[in-house]
Design a protein around this ligand. Sequence first.
Ligand code: HEC
Length: 144
Amino acid sequence: MKLTGKMLVLGLVMIGGIAYAASATDPDAKARQELMDANGAAAKTLAGMASGKVAFDAAAAAAAKQSLVDDAAKIPVVFKNQSTDPASKAKPDIWTSWDDFAGKAKDLGTTAAAMDTSSADGIKAGLGAIGGACSACHTAYKAS
Ligand code: HEC
């Protein structure tokens, strides 16, 4: 896929817009927010390199990619128990549409695994699809 400048900007805005902490206290809700914060940190690292704000670092890029791949696999594990923490933004639909939710987690793993982190251009080319996988799930399953 060829990524246009406009799409990249869109992806960066999207990633920036969701990087905040809701601070749940329930252990299940806390664990999933922490996992998502790690997703946010990894995406931020990659977005910084793609935009040139952060110097390209092949090892750091590969680590951020691996973190997204690992976190995607953990999503169905940390979201298993529904919790009613008022600080949680997780919609109840997650547990009534579990297969779809787990499929969206898998999509993130697949798009992250496909990203070429050997250059800033490779990251740039892969970031739009990753941002799309984040927002596809947030749109359906995360309260704003
Ligand atoms: C399969 C669904 C799914 C995918 C994929 C997903 N998220 Fe989330 N994310 C959620 C849900 C649900 C919440 C709300 C969790 C809560 O508050 O209990 C959330 C919350 C967050 C939060 C707020 C965490 C906090 O401390 O409150 C951030 C940041 C975040 N996601 C970043 C990302 C990024 C970046 C990606 C992609 C790299 C991503 N997410 C992919 C479902 C997903």
